[in-house]
Ligand binder design. Structure first.
Ligand SMILES: [Zn+2]
Ligand SMILES: [Zn+2]
Length: 264
């Protein structure tokens, strides 16, 4: 296990527009052109319906799966939304100390989109991360007038990273940073220890389980930074909130959670 702390086993750990070779964002554009050319030449089976065509998800499935749903702007909960731009009641209850300022997601962690995350995470279907990143970029540009300064993936513990071989959140954050032409940093936030699986715990137990789970690299100051916190799935939001709390304790002024999907 190398000292990658949340970065994938291969590839750079920091993506910066200035470092994206000569021409900055240009290299991202040329990478997309090459990827587009390959897609046009090679048929692909849609990850959702299996139809053979040129995209990882066919246009018909994408249109159905990405139907916009009214969501709370703070927690992206699909229910209890009081109106356009207003937080849901759950958020209003803790609005003063909620470390998340906004949450943006593609949809519910349910069929059919959950297939994409399950195949990415447990089947190492990495091209799906690029597809998710492209859709998240579209949604972020359409929904928000403030794009984050830097993208940070929710890190895995070193043990979990070694077992899986990649961090699915970083696999999404990396192409998302290229599309938004912003920096992405896989090692800014580290997971100090493995936490027991959150699935079986109630909310207070989840919070206790997460205490001291995250640390900012070398106690770096993040003053004034708007951070986009990328993850594959938001369940209760306890993990994203704890990560955001640590980022804000180091000076971050705003944290936007960017989970690919959210448990409804
Ligand atoms: Zn399809
Ligand atoms: Zn809410």
């Amino acid at each position: 296990m190398s000292a990658t702390h949340g970065a994938p086993a291969t590839g750079a750990q920091v993506y910066a527009p200035a470092a994206q070779a000569a021409g900055g964002a240009g290299s991202g554009i040329s990478q997309r052109l090459v990827a587009g050319l390959w897609r046009a030449l090679l048929p692909s089976a849609c990850a959702l319906c299996g139809a053979v065509q040129s995209e990882v998800v066919c246009a018909a499935c994408a249109e159905i799966a990405l139907q916009p749903t009214p969501r709370c702007p703070r927690c992206a909960s699909p229910g209890d939304v009081r109106g356009l731009g207003l937080a849901c009641h759950a958020c209003l209850a803790c609005v003063d100390d909620d470390p998340l300022d906004a949450t943006l997601t593609l949809g519910d962690y349910a069929g059919p989109l959950d297939t994409l995350v399950l195949r990415l995470k447990f089947g190492a279907a990495l091209p799906l991360a690029e597809w998710i990143a492209a859709r998240l970029a579209d949604r972020l540009c359409a929904a928000s007038d403030t794009i984050p300064d830097v993208l940070v993936p929710v890190p895995l513990s070193p043990q979990r990273l070694a077992a899986r071989g990649f961090n699915q959140a970083w696999e999404i954050a990396r192409p998302l940073s290229l599309r938004l032409d912003i920096r992405a940093d896989a090692t800014l936030l580290a997971r100090r220890r493995d936490t027991v699986t959150q699935r079986t715990l109630d909310l207070p137990a989840r919070r206790a389980n997460l205490r001291d789970a995250f640390a900012v690299r070398h106690h770096e100051r993040l003053d004034g930074l708007h951070i986009g916190l990328v993850d594959d799935v938001m369940t209760t939001g306890a993990t994203l909130r704890e990560a955001a709390r640590v980022l804000k304790a180091h000076g971050a002024s705003r944290v936007t959670a960017l989970p690919a999907l959210r448990t409804p």
